[in-house]
Write a protein that binds this ligand. Structure first.
Ligand code: IMP
Length: 423
């Protein structure tokens, strides 16, 4: 079967971009299936650093067609900026295409994202304020504008007029803000339309044809398990399904075509934004991980919260996504630690729990139960095989494998495309 799916198993920022880039060499299509420019993939190629938010990491392999699928929400200004940045660095971007069914992020989505958050007080989510939630909200409210609407001026004007009327009432009557000008939005989106039209396709149809021709397709996840709207730490989640299940919906590819479901797991844990994080370290150890791992958000620059690997979370990801393989990333960062802890269960109100509770309050009061593993001092960033790794690093990997009952097939030992062990 020609389709592989790659998703995050924690809270995002696991290094999916790097793994996709290392695996992406042999694929004909790379498809992003959800989220928008809330994501941030950092990819290092040939000593150069690329930070992408909306474009799939696979864009750097110009032999693969890159598709932003129906499940993605697209801010056209951001899309065009990223395209320009790549072109300025001599990357051809003709292979980047957008599904006409994808939804457009509009200026009012970005404004409302900030305004909603400001009303939530202590319950704020810590969104990226890129308009993601409000855009998906309109999709499900069925008042969203889709990318293909850009291709027909009259349709776009009619739909914008209707939706803007609702948004302006919200802005002026609820939030006491100025209303937004129809003409300004319409004119700027018609300029975007001119620049985007050559890239807008019926992507789902294109992918069905590709399947018939047995082309290799990689469905590229953004965000991750615990940010899933259904199975994550609701409400501290994003507004889409960054799971393998979401991958099928957001690309239009049925499960029966899928071969491998690969989960990317960082060798420790990080999260940005608010919400439960049972194995979080509020001490020097956490700061050490942040500094050594460069754990600052690539989208917002926010310092990431850091902690030990939580296999209750990764087990949840293995189950919900039906993972067949794990890609373990950033294990090189752990070099130099005397001991490494793994959170293997939680204590909640005096009881041991080894699954993710459905209640957010139970997640918030859970205490970590740890297993301790010996660390290693060697620099492992140039190890080319599992056997070359220090014995204690091997033991750490094998322990994770045992705890999550899923094969660790790939190990990333550094930022470069080639610092990648295939087991
Ligand atoms: P939103 O997706 O901007 O609505 O933000 C909702 C939550 O998801 C916040 O905690 C964000 O920090 C988090 N989030 C969204 N996208 C990513 C990502 O790509 N990596 C890590 N966290 C993310």
């Amino acid at each position: 079967m020609p389709v592989n799916i790659l998703v995050g198993t924690q809270w995002g920022d696991e290094g999916k971009g790097k793994v996709i880039d290392s695996l992406g060499k042999d694929v004909d299509y790379v498809v992003r299936f959800g989220g928008g420019n809330n994501a941030g993939h950092t990819v290092h190629v040939g000593g150069e650093k690329f930070v992408l938010h909306l474009l799939p990491s696979g864009v750097l392999h110009s032999h693969s067609t890159c598709i932003l699928g129906t499940g993605v929400v697209i801010d056209p200004a951001v899309f065009l900026e990223e395209i320009k940045e790549l072109e300025d660095r001599n990357f051809n971007t003709d292979h980047v295409l957008i599904s006409g069914r994808a939804h457009l992020i509009m200026p009012y989505h970005v404004i409302l994202d900030g305004l909603w958050e400001s009303l939530k007080g202590d319950d704020k989510i810590g969104t990226t304020k890129r308009g993601i939630g409000p855009c998906y909200g309109d999709k499900f409210e069925r008042i969203g504008l889709r990318v293909e609407d850009l291709l027909n001026k009259e349709n776009f004007a009619r739909k914008l007029k209707n939706t803007l009327n609702i948004k302006n009432q919200l802005l002026t009557k609820v939030f006491n803000k100025e209303d937004l000008s129809f003409d300004e939005i319409f004119n700027s989106y018609m300029i975007f339309a001119e620049k985007l039209k050559k890239r807008i396709i019926n992507a789902e149809q294109e992918l069905q044809l590709a399947l018939k021709q047995n082309k290799k397709i990689l469905l590229e996840g953004a965000q991750a398990m615990m940010l899933d709207i259904d199975h994550g730490h609701y409400p501290y989640v994003t507004s889409s399904s960054p799971t393998t299940n979401g991958a099928c919906v957001g690309s239009g590819i049925a499960f029966k075509h899928v071969d491998k479901n690969i989960g990317v797991c960082k060798a420790y844990a990080t999260r940005v934004g608010e919400g439960p994080f049972v194995s979080e370290l509020h001490n020097e150890q956490g700061e050490w991980l942040r500094e050594k791992g460069g754990e600052y958000g690539s989208t917002t620059g926010r310092p990431r919260r850091c902690g030990w690997l939580d296999t209750v979370v990764v087990n949840h990801a293995v189950a919900i996504n039906g993972l067949t393989d794990i890609a373990l990333t950033k294990i090189d960062i752990l070099s130099g630690l005397k001991e490494i802890l793994i959170c293997v269960a939680y204590e909640i109100n005096g009881k041991k729990v080894d699954y993710i509770p459905s209640s957010i309050e139970d997640n918030q009061c859970a205490k970590p139960i740890y297993q301790t593993m010996p660390g290693w001092t060697e620099d492992i960033s140039n190890c080319k095989s599992f056997d070359e790794l220090p014995k204690t690093a091997q033991a750490y990997i094998l322990k994770i494998e045992e705890l999550i009952d899923c094969k660790i097939s790939f190990i990333s030992t550094g930022v470069d495309r080639n610092q990648f062990i295939v087991r």
